[in-house]
Structures are given as C-alpha cells and as structure tokens.
Design a protein around this ligand. Structure first.
Ligand code: BLA
Length: 503
C-alpha cells in the first residue's frame, strides 16, 4: 500500500461517527442532565407525540405534563433499562430504552407498532447453541447461528463475518432467504469497517439501519448546551455514517443490522444482516439479537481459554524437556526438541537463541538474512510478543525469501540478553475471493488530496495473495510470550548461579 492510501485510511478513521448529531426517523431521542432538564431533543417530537421540540428544550421533565409517565422510569440514574408499552401523547405506545453516559441520561422512544414474531422460540435456540460441541462441529454452530438470526430478525441475508489479525475479514457462514447473492468465502478489506467504527462496536454491540434512504432527524440542543454535541455511542437510533450508507446502497441493501462478536474484549467478528427493502425491527427482536450475540461472545471466550489451557499444558511439558539442555549449552539442543517447539505453534521453522547462540530447525532464512531480520526485529515496537503474517510488506529484504518465511512470531519481546524464540511460517499461497476489487476505493480529489470512497461493485474479484502466511491465533501469540519469558527467566537464573560460582 502507498503512503497516499495509508493517509486516506487514517482520514477515514477520523470521522467522529458517535458525534453525528442526528438519529434515524423511526423513534425519538431525549437527553437529560442529572437534574432531569432536557438538554437535547430530536426534532421529530411533534410527529410522534404532538409536542414542539423547542417547547421541551431547557425545561425540566417534571414540568411537562405529557412526559409524566417517564418520571418513574428515570428515577434510577445508574442503570440502563428497557420498558415496554408506555403511553405518551394520544397516538402511540412506546418502547423505551434508557442509557447513561457522561453525566447524561439518554432516553430512546420507539412506537411499539412492530409486532414481534412470537412463534420463534428463543429458549430452544439458546439451548441448541449451548449443546453443540464446537470443537467438532464448528461450522454447524455458525451455520445455525446465521439461521437463527435470520429467523429472529426476518432479514433476507444473514452472515457470520470473521476478522483476521490485520482486520480484513471473511464471510464464514451465511443464510440466504429471498436473495441470490452469496458472499460465503468472500473477503472484505479492513478499510470497509474503519478503526473508530471497530472501536465503537466493541463498546456497543449492536447497530441497525432501518432504511438507508430515510430522513436523518437532527438533534436540537437547549441554548446553554449548544456547544455540547451529544455522544451517541450507546444510542440504538444513531444515524450511521453517510459514507457507510452509500456503501450499503452500492451493495443493493436497504436495511442493515450488525451484532458484534467479541473474544475476550477483542472484536472477533460480526453477525451482519442485509435486507433488500426497508425493515423495522421490534425492540424485543433487537434485544434477542443482542442476547444471542452475547452468548456467542461467551462461547468464544471459553474457546480461547481452552485453546490457551491446552497450549499451556504442552509448554510446561516441553519446557521440562528443554531445561536440562539449557544447563549444558555446549551440547546443543536436540533437533527433536526444536521440532516439538516448532510444532507447538504449527510453525514451519524455529530459531531458539540462547545468549546469542542460535539453534534452528525447519524452514529458516540463511544465516546472513536471519541476522538482518533479527536486527530489524530489535527496532520493532511491541511489549510482549511480536507477530506478523506479511513480513515482506513490512521488511523489504524479506521479499527475497518470502516463499520460505512470510510469518514471524517472536517472544519475549523486546529481546533481552540475546535469548528469545522465533517461530516462522512459510508463504501460504492461495486465491483470495474479494467482494469487489479492494483497491477500487481510492480517489484523487480536485485539491490533490486522496480519500477513500465505498466500492461501487461487489462482484467477485479473485487475486493471488503472495507474501502472506496463515495468521497466528491470539492464543498462540500469548503462549509465545509466556514461553519466551520462561526461557529468559531460566537463562538469567543459570547465568546468575554461574556468576556466583565464579566469584
Ligand atoms: C461500518 N461497514 C460498517 C459496518 C459494516 C461494514 C458491517 C457496520 C455497520 C452496519 O451494521 O451496517 C461492512 N457490511 C460490511 C462488510 C460486510 C457487510 C464487510 O455486510 C460483509 C458481508 N466503508 C468503506 C470505506 C469507508 C467506510 C472506503 O467502504 C471509509 C472511507 C466507512 N464503514 C465505514 C464507516 C462505518 C462503517 C465510517 C461506521 C458506520 C457507523 O457505525 O456509523
């Protein structure tokens, strides 16, 4: 990628999507300070409950007779809550969500005109998801998940989208209904979901666009609060970024829903849903989707802990075998043990460096190249372990041997005392099925600047992907750090004992 492209990416990630200042038109937002004074109000209150927003702004909610039903709901200023079927005005009953953020109380009201499909059995869904053995039926689990979200939401097309370590992502399961487009196996570049959006999606796990063509309803502020833009991070009704709305239109999508899947607080993936026509969802359906998302996140946590636990057990055994050789470094390290260390990380090569003496096994760069790589690694940032799966894109000289080595995992990081472990993975040649050409998003504006725009075509674009190895798993990265740290401790301990003996 070029510097211009990098700059355009950064620019994309600076859009303050949580401060967009408007909501979607299927509900109302009221923002109160902790004294119940209305600091911000969406401009559509007249339409939903016959009250002019300017009559509300700056007033205490206690003094607005039509809003009295809200009083008991907002007494508690500490916990988020949902309430159903509250009558306000004489047109609608509302479902109400209350959230608290930054000394403000956010009240979202959506008319309960949308019926929840009560045929759907949420209890059996949860039981089913809990009972699948994920180690042996991994793909069944995600297929079923896509199917259940389809049934809960009624969306045409539901997909399970998994992020890579570099934040590109791939559709790993899907359920299509009334649609012929399939994105199964398609890859999307990281720039489709920029960093600030991913960050927001780790905090707030669901977002929903009912209609990409609907009016954006501005949020008005009371005079004293005109310089404070309400933070919509936790607001369901938030208008989504216009850049993203354009993306959805380009894809032929009118309504969109996405639910975050987190693994130990890191965004693991999304459940993404498309509908070809506008689609209103009931609050209960949204809550059910959120519940299923949370359940899956819990499963992902457990899976990672288990992966790590099993790796941890293997390291302890292996370290026991290795440590006798650390005492007698002149004897070298048997290949069999190096091979086991390599195997631990499903790597293709390994270098064990003990006080600057290198021991290696498997696919490893030639020694001059290896030393240059180690020099470069010394200059890299990282606090525990270093991992990459596209070495030659970061370290130019590695282009010469990218078939042999494209992935590097190192621990502990940064290196001390010339003692560390490097694991290598060879290039993993494969065809990438992109949904549209990923580079077709880069435009030069008239003023000479560069920016990214959403792609206009999502038809399959196949590319060979040289210079990439299979990505390291978070559990492997963690284990690399532990293994390296244990090694370093042992070496330093032996070093100290030897020094004491000499003195
Ligand atoms: C947000 N981009 C998103 C979201 C998804 C995607 C799921 C979350 C919002 C939502 O639920 O709709 C992308 N949607 C996908 C992908 C699939 C899908 C990968 O269905 C695959 C199946 N987008 C661009 C470019 C930019 C960009 C070039 O293509 C920036 C210049 C920005 N995407 C962008 C922004 C958001 C976004 C700013 C945040 C929207 C918001 O939450 O306000």
């Amino acid at each position: 990628s070029t510097p211009e492209f990098e700059q355009a990416l950064r620019q994309c990630a600076t859009e303050a999507i949580h401060l967009i200042g408007s909501i979607q038109d299927h509900g109302i937002l009221l923002v109160l300070d902790l004294n119940d004074e209305l600091t911000h109000v969406s401009s559509n209150t007249e339409h939903f409950f016959g009250l002019d927003p300017n009559e509300l702004l700056g007033k205490n909610i206690k003094h607005i007779s039509a809003l009295q039903p809200l009083l008991s709901l907002i007494k508690d200023k500490k916990t988020a809550a949902h309430h159903q079927n509250i009558s306000i005005g004489n047109k609608y009953q509302f479902n109400i969500s209350k959230s608290i953020h930054d000394e403000s109380l956010y009240i979202e009201l959506t008319p309960n005109t949308i019926e929840l499909d009560n045929q759907f059995k949420i209890e059996s869904t949860i039981n089913e998801l809990l009972s699948i053995d994920r180690t042996t039926h991994h793909s069944d689990y995600f297929n079923l998940l896509a199917q259940y979200i389809q049934e809960i939401s009624g969306f045409d097309h539901t997909m399970i989208y998994r992020f890579d370590s570099n934040w590109d992502g791939e559709v790993i399961a899907e359920n299509c209904h009334n649609t012929s487009d399939s994105y199964l196996g398609s890859r999307f570049p990281a720039s489709d979901i920029p960093a600030q959006a991913r960050q927001l999606y780790t905090k707030n796990t669901i977002r929903y666009v009912a209609n990409v063509d609907a009016d954006q309803i501005p949020i008005l502020s009371a005079p004293l609060y005109s310089d404070k833009t309400p933070d919509l991070s936790y607001i369901q009704l938030r208008s989504l970024s216009p850049i993203h709305l354009q993306y959805l239109k380009n894809m032929g999508v009118a309504a969109s829903l996405s639910i975050s899947l987190l693994q130990n607080k890191r965004l693991w993936g999304l459940i993404t849903c498309h509908h070809k026509t506008p689609k209103l969802l009931s609050t209960q359906a949204l809550l059910r989707c959120e519940l299923i998302g949370n359940l899956v996140s819990e499963h992902l946590n457990t899976d990672q802990v288990q992966e790590q636990f099993s790796l941890d057990e293997q390291i302890i055994l292996l370290f026991g075998k290795l440590s006798q050789f650390l005492w007698l470094p002149q004897q070298g390290i048997p290949d069999k043990i190096l091979e086991e260390i390599q195997h631990l990380m499903s790597a293709d090569g390994v270098v064990l460096s003990l006080k600057d003496k290198r021991h290696h096994f498997g696919k490893v760069p030639e020694s001059v190249e290896l030393e240059a790589l180690i020099q470069w690694l010394h200059t890299q940032e990282g606090d525990k372990a270093f991992a990459c799966d596209d070495l030659s894109f970061r370290f130019e000289p590695a282009k010469a041997y990218q078939h042999l080595v494209s992935g590097v995992l190192a621990g502990p990081f940064p290196f001390r005392n010339g003692s560390f472990v490097l694991w290598f993975r060879s290039e993993y040649p494969r065809h990438i099925h992109w949904a549209g050409e990923p580079n077709k998003t880069h435009v030069h504006a008239a003023d000479g600047s560069h920016r990214l725009i959403p792609r206009t075509s999502f038809s399959e674009w196949i590319q060979m992907w040289p210079g990439h190895a299979q990505a390291w798993l978070p559990a492997q990265i963690m284990i690399a750090q532990r293994f390296g740290a244990a090694l370093l401790n042992q070496i330093e301990y032996i070093f100290k004992l030897e020094k004491n003996e000499h003195e």
